[in-house]
Design a protein around this ligand. Structure first.
Ligand SMILES: [Zn+2]
Ligand SMILES: [Zn+2]
Length: 292
């Protein structure tokens, strides 16, 4: 057997193994309800699952807990067999606040780690997260501004606080504002024939945007290092690298799942939303790109 055949078999068997263990897990709530295990001489459902399917206690507990949370959510329940209970378990904190059909769509389009990120972003921040200043060091700058600017600044602060549901001290507001400022574009040398813009992002453009966000994901309050570059206006549509932003993998997934609110605006104003806007052309393009 050559390497590639061996690898293909591993993939195939692995996929099948996963599918069958999902199917097995989906039977457990009914087994528990009927106490089927005791009718066959098992002491508990844990012994039943371990002996019949090699499933450990922790998994059985989580399967049952997840099922009990989605008991009256038939659409979500159906997704467990399709995508596995661990993905559904991730979104259970949103069950009471987000519509079931929206949650199903999220489960379908996002990988598990991006779902976790979504849940974190959508859950109202706890008090300690809201005011935790440890992530940045302080320096004091004092300056005078005219009344109109002060008003605009406060308005922007309020908008940010509303969007992020977190307290935004002036320093942080300024930081967010600066993130949105594009550095002066260098005047094109002479009048060369306009170069054709390709999918390839020029190194300089990429460096600039990464530096502007300190090498971090541009999504508000995400402190992960950036992993991918995103085109908020989609390269496929605009054929331009203007406004590109660095994102971590999870937020990039979330963006292409159509779940970033205010994506046309500066990243400081972004937040996670629960539903794709099908009227949004770029969202439809994303779906098409994903399909092919
Ligand atoms: Zn992207
Ligand atoms: Zn991120």
């Amino acid at each position: 057997m050559d390497d590639s055949t061996l690898y293909k078999l591993c993939q195939e068997y692995g996929n099948n193994a996963r599918m069958w263990s999902r199917k097995f897990a989906a039977l457990l709530p009914e087994v528990a309800k009927r106490q089927l295990y005791s009718k066959h001489g098992f002491h508990s459902i844990f012994e039943f699952a371990a002996k019949l399917a090699g499933m450990n206690r922790k998994s059985v507990e989580e399967v049952l807990r997840t099922y009990s949370k989605v008991e009256d959510r038939p659409l979500l329940k159906a997704q467990i067999e399709e995508f596995g209970w661990s993905k559904i378990r991730v979104i259970t904190p949103l069950i009471e606040t987000v519509e079931e059909t929206k949650l199903v769509e999220m489960v379908k389009t996002l990988p598990r780690s991006a779902l976790e990120e979504c849940v974190q972003n959508l859950r109202p921040a706890t008090q300690s997260e809201k005011t935790d200043p440890t992530c940045w060091e302080f320096e004091t700058i004092t300056f005078k501004v005219d009344q109109k600017t002060a008003l605009e600044f406060r308005k922007f602060q309020q908008k940010l606080e509303k969007e992020t549901k977190a307290k935004m001290p002036f320093g942080k507001v300024l930081q967010k504002l600066l993130e949105g400022v594009k550095p002066e574009t260098i005047k094109p040398r002479k009048t060369k024939a306009p170069q054709k813009v390709t999918r390839y992002i020029p190194a300089e453009t990429k460096r600039e945007t990464v530096a502007r966000h300190n090498g971090k994901c541009a999504f508000p309050n995400c402190n992960k290092p950036y992993q991918e570059i995103h085109h908020p206006h989609r390269f496929a549509i605009k054929k331009s690298h203007e406004n590109i932003v660095p994102l971590c993998k999870n937020h990039h997934h979330i963006a292409h799942a159509g779940l970033v609110k205010n994506e046309e605006q500066v990243p400081a104003l972004w937040s996670v939303k629960t539903e794709r806007d099908w009227n949004d052309y770029k969202s439809r393009v994303d779906v098409m790109v994903k399909r092919y």
